[in-house]
Design a protein around this ligand. Structure first.
Ligand code: MD3
Ligand code: FE
Length: 217
């Protein structure tokens, strides 16, 4: 069978359900990637990417910054959301309109109407950077989804279950992919495998991931 009846044009965004509450929007952010990268550069001028320390004393391998009212931080005292950047003592940069618009439209596309994020964590992975299996539990309310946006080099995402021992599925996330995680999938374990070296024409030698959250009450 070689007919093209069910062929998908991979240059166009397409939606794939990968869990009861999770939708993978392939290529959804491609059209806005230029504007997103300009906005991220502006955020990083005010709140530079930095590697934070875990409560256990390890340096995280991804470098991070935030925008929006709340930002996720970690140090020897624990993980939490903060209204100020601990490096500067100033509030985090405001969430640029193009980021907010992308997050709310992706959530709507996935069936989550009325999603208004108050936090956007920006992770930057260099070759070898990874994130081990974890749950996101520092938010006040798990009823809101999380919207993630991948930019730059591809990476293998590990999508686990509700317990640490559930064997994770491996999903190759590409530049422009957006995934909306909510409902029963909101507390699933997840992580990312070490980034392989490469070059991306817009983003360079790294991967940037945005996660939009409703962190506060
Ligand atoms: C599934 N970031 O910042 S985004 C994180 O690619 C984080 O930078 C990864 O995990 C990254 O906490 C993965 C995808 C993601 C984010 C939150 C989730 C998947 C999720 C929460 C629940 C289930
Ligand atoms: Fe996470």
């Amino acid at each position: 069978m070689t007919g093209d009846l069910f062929a998908t044009d991979q240059n166009e965004p397409w939606a794939e359900s990968i869990g009861e509450g999770t939708v993978w929007l392939h290529g959804f952010a491609c059209a806005s990637a230029n504007a997103l990268m300009t906005a991220i550069a502006g955020i990083a001028r005010q709140a530079p990417f930095r590697q934070m320390t875990t409560p256990g004393g390890f340096l995280m391998s991804a470098a991070m910054t935030n925008c929006g009212r709340l930002g996720w931080v970690t140090d020897r005292t624990g993980y939490r959301y903060s209204e100020v950047d601990p490096e500067t003592g100033h509030p985090w940069p405001a969430m640029p309109e193009c980021l907010m618009a992308l997050a709310t439209s992706a959530a709507r596309e996935a069936g989550y109407t009325g999603f208004v994020p108050d936090a956007c964590l920006i992770n930057r992975y260099l070759p070898g950077s990874r994130m081990s299996l974890h749950q996101d539990k520092n938010e006040e309310d798990y009823s809101a989804p999380i919207v993630s946006v991948s930019l730059g080099l591809p990476m293998i995402f590990q999508f686990g279950g509700l317990t640490r021992k559930d064997k994770p599925a491996r999903l190759p996330l590409n530049h422009g992919d957006v995934v909306v995680w909510g409902g029963v999938d909101r507390l699933r374990y997840h992580g990312v495998s070490p980034l392989k070296p490469g070059h991306h024409e817009l983003v360079g030698e790294c991967r940037i991931n945005l996660t939009f959250r409703k962190a506060g009450a």
